[in-house]
Design a protein around this ligand. Structure first.
Ligand code: ADP
Length: 631
């Protein structure tokens, strides 16, 4: 029987280095991690036994046993779950599988105190054992296999693996405790830890073996217990276990559905944003149980992708126990479950959204998950109305978030559209020249910065019968909207506004001729007050930000749509140029000015200049002429 020595993956060594040298005060969490693993192993063998009952026939009652040997100074956590074969052992206890742990490592700074507080936030799973153990022995045999294995390590770079005989099914993890950590040999200490962290575990956890073995937990699935018996801590501990998360649940939804379909849901919305939220697979992580038996995690079709941040369990009374993971997707019951779950979660979210006292917490939720929830606007027609009540936006008018209802309520007399602008970030959007006219009339514009905004708006089209309207596309007429202060009449000729430049028509005509194919059209603008020019997309064309977005992601093929150049007839520069155009017609100066105006508009829009050299030459020329004339 040979023993092999293998090295930990480099990341594991780094992790172990932090863990073993840590003075982390809540070391006791190692036990929570080991019990959590044991419970998962029991869940998995129970599922496997559904189709292959022989796997558990010799030892059918699944349980977890804690054993101490005071003389040897060892603490063991023993399960009769699914166990591991040699390959599993090397893979699972030699590398880092859990993405949260990888994330933890990417954040460790080397500053001891920071790193330590993060152990608590991320949880380091099995490796937490080395906070209290000199060395760890794992004896394990996979359900269905004859051969058992012994894994051993002191957490410094290497571990050994050897064949082992007479290993019962499942896994025994034995920690030889460090001299300072003998407290974990005391039954009272252990039982307290288990009450604190692991009471929700659905399998019995016993202290010792034999007739005097004591049960340390309730051993009933948390979600089957009445709400009145569960306090915030109980929910939190279960959330930590089920989600492998270490933050507080932001929202807990625990309900039992009866009637057409019967099931129990215990779902959580995390407080902090999981780092894989935008993974292209858009998979969720909710666990599906059938009558208390764990079936699978992340069953496709159980949770809509736009709620993939949910964590927790759904336990169905109706699905057949022998439903295979593969057949699940075709089961009509799954769609009914999804519909029920979605409605329930959305209605609880709506309560939070509409709670005037909870604006801040809701904003925190929205900042984390809003971009994901908005995916529902284009893929869940059934719940669109509710979703439209949940969405929040940044706006040109207030600092915080606004709802569509608030927007519509504040809309000006004569405003029958919901104005928005899309772009990469709020700060640069707020400075867009296209917003100037709106600001002058105190008309609110929604600032949309999530790529998904480009996709739901064309599908949703209206809210409260007001169409969504991009301020960077098509014609905008603000004539009907009165200026704040109320002196203006409704036809847009406010007495206090500077008169439009005389001869601006000449300038427009000249610009059209000069810029020819570089633009789709040139026209005067209602959108501008301070800037001289801006670009807009023609009504039927793709909006400019969307085109940039698609180009960035190599999703854009075909020719770029030409833009419309809008000029501000009240701007001093436009006035001067209009004068020149009226006096002398086309000239070299006006030709340069035309191209400079267009390039200016491109820069403001964040579009690249097609010919930066020509731009610089023209700009220098104009500055030089200006300086010479002034001298
Ligand atoms: P996590 O539990 O988050 O995946 P761990 O580091 O705690 O991370 O464990 C790594 C893997 O080792 C587990 O995913 C599981 O596959 C395996 N494992 C750990 N403990 C046991 C156990 N008691 N029985 C069977 N497999 C286990």
């Amino acid at each position: 029987m040979t023993e092999e020595t293998l090295s930990f993956q480099a990341e594991v060594s780094r992790l172990l280095d932090i863990v073993t040298h840590s003075l982390y005060s809540e070391k006791e969490i190692f036990l929570r991690e080991l019990i959590s693993n044991a419970s998962d192993a029991c869940d998995r063998v129970r599922y496997a036994a559904l189709t292959e009952p022989a796997l558990t026939a010799d030892d059918p009652e699944l349980r977890i046993i804690i054993q101490v040997d005071k003389d040897a100074g060892t603490l063991s956590v023993i399960d009769n779950g699914v166990g591991m074969d040699r390959a599993d052992l090397v893979e699972n206890l030699g590398t880092i599988a859990r993405s949260g742990t990888t994330e933890f490592l990417s954040r460790v700074t080397g500053d001891g105190r920071n790193d330590l507080s993060m152990i608590g936030q991320f949880g380091v799973g099995f490796y937490a054992s080395f906070m209290v153990a000199d060395h760890v022995d794992v004896f394990t045999r996979k359900a269905g296999d004859a051969q058992g294995w012994h894994w051993r390590s002191s957490g410094h770079g290497n571990f050994t693996v050897a064949e082992a005989d007479d290993v019962p099914r499942g896994t025994r993890v034995t920690l030889t405790l460090k001299a300072d950590d003998k407290e974990y040999l005391e039954e009272s200490r252990i039982s307290h830890i288990i009450k604190t962290y692991s009471d929700h575990i659905a399998f019995p956890i016993r202290f010792g073996t034999g007739d005097d073995a004591k049960s340390l937990n309730l051993a009933s699935a948390v979600w089957t217990r009445p709400k009145s018996e569960l306090d915030a801590d109980a929910y939190k501990e279960f959330y930590h276990h089920v989600a492998h998360a270490f933050d507080e649940p932001w929202m807990t939804v625990h309900w039992r559905a009866e009637g057409m379909i019967e099931y129990t849901g215990l779902l959580f919305v995390p407080t902090s944003k999981p780092f894989d939220l935008f993974d292209p697979k858009r998979a969720h992580q909710v666990k599906l149980y059938v009558r208390r038996v764990f079936i699978t995690q992340g069953a496709e079709g159980l949770i809509p992708p736009y709620l993939r941040f949910l964590r927790g369990v759904v336990d169905s009374e109706d699905l057949p126990l022998n439903v295979s993971r593969e057949m699940l997707q075709n089961n009509p019951m799954l769609a009914k479950l999804r519909s029920g779950i979605t409605k329930r979660v959305l209605s609880d979210l709506l309560k939070k959204a509409e709670d005037a006292e909870a604006r801040e917490p809701y904003a925190a939720f929205w900042n984390n998950f809003g971009a994901v929830v908005k995916e529902g606007l284009y893929e869940d027609f059934e719940n669109r109305d509710t979703l439209l009540k949940l969405v929040r936006f940044r706006s040109s008018r207030v600092d915080g978030l606004v709802s569509l209802a608030e927007y519509v309520e504040r809309a000006k007399d004569g405003q029958d559209e919901i104005y928005f602008i899309t772009g990469d970030d709020v700060t640069s959007l707020a400075r867009s020249p296209q917003l100037e006219g709106f600001r002058a009339k105190d008309v609110e514009v929604l600032l949309l910065t999530d790529p998904v905004d480009e996709f739901w708006i064309p599908l949703v089209q209206t809210y409260a019968e007001k169409p969504f309207k991009s301020v960077t596309r098509g014609d905008i007429s603000l004539d009907k909207i009165a200026k704040p202060g109320g002196t203006g009449d409704a036809d847009g000729t406010e007495p206090d506004a500077a008169a439009p430049a005389a001869g601006v028509d000449n300038l427009v005509a000249l610009l059209k001729v000069t810029l020819k194919d570089a633009v789709k059209d040139v026209r005067t603008s209602d959108r501008l007050t301070d800037s001289a020019v801006c670009l807009v997309a023609a009504e039927g064309d793709m909006d400019m930000h969307l085109e940039r977005l698609l180009r960035q992601h190599q999703q854009f093929s075909g020719t770029e749509a030409k833009r419309i150049l809008e000029i501000n007839p009240r701007h001093a520069l436009v006035r001067t140029l209009s004068g020149l155009a009226g006096e002398s017609g086309a000239s070299e100066v006006l030709d340069d000015a035309a191209w400079l105006l267009l390039d200016q508009a491109r820069i403001l829009e964040g579009e690249p200049l097609p010919d930066p050299v020509a731009f610089t030459r023209r700009l220098s020329g104009l500055v030089e002429r200006g300086l010479t004339a002034g001298a």
